[in-house]
Design a protein around this ligand. Structure first.
Ligand code: NDP
Length: 384
């Protein structure tokens, strides 16, 4: 019997990897909704190929192009943030949340409220909404499956174990494209250099986050919510080969790790098939060819983002949502050539400085904190 799936962020890097796997077992899936921001023609192409019921663009100006590209197919077309939420609320056996940024929060929450299974790649949504999202998962009896490779690795290591027995959870970090760079070189780093990740092929925003190490900071907060062992038990280690995707150490001294190729189709396949397994076309690990695995402590002087994220998770309340919003604003400014690479973390730190809004208790509260923090972050940007 086929299962139904909706993919929020279908035109992105995670969306493409997911659809690649769906294509390989086409008869097993019925596609409900596919969404994008503004790539209407590409979205229509995917909706036709996968015979989706509905295609939605977030940008209303792109609706005419979407309608035209879907003419005569019978596939429904819609646009705007409310249509995105409605698409997610249609309900599917599995919803893949792969929109980038806090823009994915409301639709992800709508999918959670249907009580189905949500495979979560959209880390910014969980970082911003934290307690609010986890409470909604519990309230609606939804299942949250982590797709981020590190969290998927931890999820796999925890299977069959009691979280009370965990001593440490260690998130591995590749260190990004600028791992060995001097502070002077970092100051002059360009967007083109920042999006060239040595191991992973990803969207622009997460690639910049990997270069600043904010990606690992966001993942620390994500892990805090997904695996409630206490933030003091979460550690980060730099592992440049990206072979070990994370590790869990238990009270008896046993450490379990998940290894695999640096290909998002592995954790996505794990979420698609959970609790079973499916084949993937990924190149298997060749350990003799890899030869050596190495590890080093993160350098928080050159890459302060992980420290900022740790402080935000310990502060709690609105701090993680403010950190995320400030980072989204700063990364967009860096990609637009408005600020230098090394100003990203400084800009986030300045936005977090001073009084923060009260702890968000609902989705609307989170969205209000996010909107306020974006305004504040934009006013605090310093020209490059
Ligand atoms: P991409 O930038 O490649 O794709 C983002 C997707 O979201 C696209 O479909 C895009 O549409 C859509 N989108 C962008 N802005 C909006 C908006 N305002 N409203 C609605 N939809 C929007 O991102 P990735 O696939 O790289 O990442 C997606 C998420 O997964 C991120 O949260 C990232 O951190 C996380 N992730 C990604 C990994 C990776 O390997 N790429 C690994 C682990 C986590 P359009 O194409 O029309 O712009």
């Amino acid at each position: 019997m086929s299962r139904s799936i909706s993919i929020l962020g279908a035109t992105g890097s995670v969306g493409a990897s997911t659809l690649d796997l769906i294509r390989r077992q086409r008869h097993e899936w019925r596609v409900v909704a596919l969404t994008a921001h503004s790539q209407a023609v590409e979205l229509a192409r995917l909706a036709r190929e996968f015979d989706a019921e509905l295609a939605v663009v977030a940008d209303e100006a792109c609706l005419p192009a979407l309608r035209e590209a879907l003419a005569g197919t019978g596939i429904a077309a819609a646009a705007g943030p409310a249509a995105l939420v409605e698409a997610a609320a249609r309900g599917a056996d599995l919803t893949l949340a792969a929109i980038v940024g806090c823009a994915g929060l409301a639709p992800t929450m709508a999918a959670i409220e249907q009580g189905g299974t949500v495979a979560l790649a959209n880390k910014e949504a969980l970082v911003s909404a934290g307690e609010v999202m986890i409470a909604a998962v519990d309230r609606h009896g939804a299942t949250l499956l982590p797709v981020d490779s590190e969290h998927n690795a931890i999820f796999q290591c925890l299977a069959g174990n009691d979280i009370a027995d965990v001593r440490w959870i260690t998130l591995t970090a590749s260190g990004g494209p600028f791992r060995g760079w001097s502070p002077e070189r970092l100051r002059a780093a360009t967007p083109q250099q920042a999006v060239q990740h040595p191991n992973w092929s990803m969207g622009a925003k997460i690639s910049v986050d990997s270069a600043t190490m904010m990606n690992k900071g966001l993942e620390l907060i994500e892990a805090h919510h997904l695996f409630p062992v206490g933030s003091q038990r979460l550690r980060i280690v730099v592992h440049p080969q990206s072979v070990i995707h994370s590790l869990v150490e238990f009270r008896d001294g046993s450490t379990l790790a998940q290894l695999g190729p640096a290909d998002m189709r592995v954790p996505i396949a794990s979420a698609l098939a959970w609790p079973r397994r499916i084949d993937t076309p990924c190149t298997p690990l060749d350990l003799p060819a890899i030869g050596q695995l190495s590890f080093e402590a993160p350098d928080e002087d050159r890459f302060p983002a992980t420290r900022l994220a740790r402080e935000a998770v310990e502060q709690g309340g609105a701090a993680p949502a403010v950190l995320n919003a400030a980072n989204e604003v700063a990364v967009a400014a860096f990609l637009a050539g408005q600020i230098a690479f090394t100003q990203i973390a400084g800009s986030v730190a300045r936005t977090l400085d001073g009084d923060l809004p009260r702890a968000p208790a609902s989705l609307d509260d989170v969205l209000a904190v996010d909107a306020l923090a974006r305004v504040r972050a934009a006013t605090l940007l310093e020209p490059a």
